[in-house]
Design a protein around this ligand. Structure first.
Ligand code: KG4
Ligand code: ZN
Length: 360
């Protein structure tokens, strides 16, 4: 039995988890900073580092307690080495190094994006089911929109990525523009079924060079132009008011301040993002003769995206459960497992890297 403590602090979640044999989650603690950043409409890096500093010790202690273990019961400590906000990464990396120094445990450095892929591999392993390889992985979150070919755990080839905004970032920016609270992705996803996805026609991005790259800035600008052409000042103000007065408004509350035309816009925006994501994912999957398609990262919890995969019955899709879609440390501990087996350890002087690539 091999227990790994995972520590994740790349963005606005301080997380720690203990995973046994890369498969069994003994504990997974996530301290979200939503209340800190929500009022600013996005993550404020300086505040994020401060909050990580405040949370890291109790979060790790809670993960150890819930797993009924202590440092002596562990085989290794894994930390997110990047990509992410450097000040945030540093908190987890420094604490992980200190724990390794004090305990003599080996340190494993994990790429956050690889963690998102392992969120899926972990759950399938738990079901005694292996994801058939080669797989195509679409990692889609607030910070990333990447397509990777996965030939084995640890062997990745970058096939395409966003040239501007990540898909989750586009969701959050469009939501902010419309007066919704942060993060806007889940809110737009919940409202999309109330609108018509065909009401507003957005053009799909055409990519010169690598056709497997993504772009979402054109879509974001098209939404902005639409908002400028329609007079939404009063409804936007009503939604801002609602976000100020209610802590996490419900769908019903949002619906009271969102007219049908705006619901149609939201549904059309969501349909376009999903189209952009899936059409490139299936082309890439066919190109590498993938046996399966893994979709992971915060946007993987999008219900519209999950439903839309049914349009491609020729592919087997694998998603993480919602709790493992967004940032967590279980995925970091799981990604560390094959590295541990390969004795792929980090030196105590390794550095966190804001733009750490997973594959070229
Ligand atoms: O993976 P994650 O927790 O953090 C990053 O690594 O970025 O992803 C957070 C992102 C946010 O942009 C959030 O709006 C988006 O994922 N997100 C969603 C949904 N749930 C979370 N976007 C669309 N639909 C959702 N249901
Ligand atoms: Zn993430």
């Amino acid at each position: 039995m091999l227990k790994i403590l995972g520590i994740e602090s790349s963005c606005d979640e301080t997380a720690a988890a203990i995973v046994e044999d890369g498969r069994d989650i003994l504990s997974s603690v996530v301290a979200s900073q939503l209340d800190t950043h929500g009022k600013y409409g996005g993550v404020v890096p300086e505040l994020a580092s401060r909050e990580h500093l405040r949370a890291i010790v109790p979060v790790v202690r809670q993960a150890l307690d819930e797993a009924n273990t202590d440092l002596k019961g562990l085989s290794a400590i894994a930390v997110t080495a990047g990509p992410g906000l450097v000040g945030s990464l540093l908190v987890g990396v420094t604490y992980g190094k200190a724990l390794c120094y004090a305990s003599g445990l080996p340190l494993v450095a994990v790429n956050h994006v690889e963690g998102h892929i392992h969120a899926v591999l972990l759950e399938e392993r738990k079901k005694r089911n292996e994801v058939p390889l080669p797989a195509l992985a679409l990692v889609v979150s607030g910070g990333h929109t990447h397509l990777f070919g996965v030939s084995a755990p640890g062997a990745y080839r970058l096939l395409g990525k966003t040239r501007d905004d990540a898909a989750g970032e586009a969701y959050d920016k469009v939501a902010k523009l419309l007066g919704f609270s942060y993060p806007g992705g889940p809110i737009l996803d919940q409202l999309a079924p109330y609108g018509s996805p065909h009401a507003v026609r957005f053009t799909l991005a055409r990519m010169k060079g690598n056709e497997l790259d993504f772009s979402f800035s054109g879509l974001k600008t098209a939404v902005l132009r639409w908002v400028e052409r329609h007079n939404l000042t009063a409804e936007i103000e009503a939604r801002r008011q609602l976000s100020r007065t209610s802590n996490r408004p419900s769908v019903e509350e949002w619906l009271t301040v969102t007219p049908q035309t705006t619901l149609d816009l939201i549904a059309s925006f969501q349909a376009t993002v999903i189209e952009e994501l899936l059409r490139r994912a299936v082309v890439a999957a066919a190109e590498i003769e993938a046996q399966s398609i893994i979709i992971s990262g915060g946007v993987a919890s999008n219900r519209g995206l999950r439903n839309a995969t049914l349009r491609f019955p020729e592919f087997s899709f694998f998603f993480p459960s919602p709790g493992l879609s967004t940032d967590n440390a279980a995925m970091i501990a799981a990604a560390a497992f094959p590295k541990f087996e390969r004795h792929d350890f980090a030196l105590l002087d390794f550095r966190a890297q804001a733009s750490l690539p997973l594959a070229k």
